[in-house]
Design a protein around this ligand. Structure first.
Ligand code: NAD
Ligand code: DAU
Length: 350
């Protein structure tokens, strides 16, 4: 059966990498990129695909059931890779309702279309992209595995956990063929500069304070976004229906060590004296309910599907810095547009 794959959230950070991989790698698939273009969605992220024969973009909000159904039927959607979400933890703390409507209700809308319209269910795949934050927070030891109990702590992670439960419930109750993955922190090109790495790169560039939350000792497990996209490809094609896969980088960093490494890379790239950027580090009030440590055990996806991260963190970070420096227009447009007020309020002393 010909594949007409609906990828949601394809104008965002990870979604744009996934759309690019699928459009380029699978010319026989029709890729329909559906995105409502919130502050985080940007058509510039996928401008290179505009004229690809197997690609189309449609602006739609996954909370708009009627519009969603019309697209689903018109495009004869056979498979869904669902990334659209409100994704930033800090925003979920200051305004949780969009997280609840988009992440929970929006996911339910997509599941319900699959329930209603996919007759021979085994011919289809509903692939839900989730996060390691659903597992809560780790202490100094241990890793999240696929069987770790859910214990979400922020409105963002609780909304993602709710959507994961709905996905599993639809699979169990209606036989929707679902796949799911829970990934650690991604980094790379086209990430919105509210997230730690692009925010710090941009502030270093402008000699602005580098706001490190709390003591800076919180730990995250970082993964190159293109490796995440490859993992999604592998799971979509070879993953077992009904299974969940954890995806991670085996790459834990405290925030403060990561920010210092970024400062070193930036000093070299900007030809500043060693140690210049580090002077911008400013400890600020901690995030409310800040999860201490995330770390993924990514053994299952390696053993069962042969996927593992392809590049070392230092190399990936260097490439990432180079991309932001070579694409100053991209980041300047974002930080001077509608995002500017939020940015100035949260991250700048201007
Ligand atoms: P992002 O914020 O960069 O992009 C989200 C995209 O979804 C945007 O293009 C936005 O316009 C779109 N969107 C938001 N609400 C929508 C709605 N109601 N209808 C249609 N489109 C809507 O997010 P990201 O970092 O690329 O994350 C993508 C997915 O991956 C999310 O589901 C997120 O939970 C998950 N995830 C992210 C990370 C990470 O490190 N960024 C890690 C693990 C999992
Ligand atoms: O683990 C996966 C998750 O990673 C994804 O599900 C989320 O969508 C994604 O946003 C990310 O969540 P985090 O909260 O871990 O990412 P963020 O970049 O916001 O923050 C990373 C760490 O850096 C976190 O411990 C908070 C800290 N931080 C963040 C910002 C923006 C700072 O110290 N200062 C900052 O200015």
């Amino acid at each position: 059966m010909a594949k007409n794959i609906l990828i949601t959230g394809g104008a965002g950070f990870i979604g744009s990498h996934v759309v690019r991989l699928f459009v380029n790698q699978y010319p026989d698939y029709r890729i329909i990129n559906l995105d409502s273009l919130t502050y985080a969605g940007n058509l510039e992220n996928i401008k290179d695909l505009e004229n690809a024969a197997n690609y189309s973009f449609v602006k739609c909000d996954i909370r708009d059931t009627a519009a969603l159904e019309a697209i689903f039927l018109k495009e004869n959607i056979t498979d869904i890779i669902h990334l659209a979400a409100e994704s930033h933890v800090d925003r979920s703390i200051s305004g949780p309702m969009d997280f609840i409507t988009t992440n929970i209700v929006g996911t339910a809308n997509l599941l319900d279309l699959a329930r209603t319209h996919w007759k021979n269910k085994e011919e289809h795949v509903f692939y839900h992209i989730s996060t390691d934050e659903v597992y809560g927070s780790l202490g100094a030891e241990g890793f999240f595995t696929e069987t770790t109990a859910y214990d979400p702590k922020s409105p963002y992670s609780a909304s993602k956990a709710s959507s994961d439960h709905l996905v599993n419930a639809y699979a169990h109750t209606y036989g929707i063929p679902v796949k799911m993955s829970n990934c650690s922190n991604n980094y790379g090109s086209h990430q919105f500069p509210e997230k730690l790495i692009p925010l710090m790169i941009n502030n270093i560039r402008h000699n602005k304070p580098l706001p490190v939350y709390g003591t800076g000792e919180n730990v995250r497990d970082w993964l190159w976004v293109e490796d995440h996209a490859k993992a999604i490809d592998v799971i979509f094609h070879k993953g077992k229906v009904g299974e969940t896969y954890n995806i991670g980088g085996w790459n834990e960093w405290t925030n403060i060590d990561l920010v210092k490494l970024l400062c070193q890379i930036m000093d070299t790239k900007l030809e500043r004296e060693k140690g210049t950027s580090e002077q911008l580090i400013t400890y600020v009030t901690d995030r409310a309910g800040h999860d201490m440590r995330y770390a993924i055990d990514a053994s299952k996806i390696k053993t069962n599907l042969g996927w593992e991260p392809s590049i070392q963190f230092e190399e990936g970070l260097e490439k990432t810095v180079s991309w932001y420096l070579a694409n100053e227009k991209w980041i300047d447009a974002i930080t001077s547009g509608s995002y500017k007020d939020y940015y100035l309020q949260h991250y700048s002393e201007e």
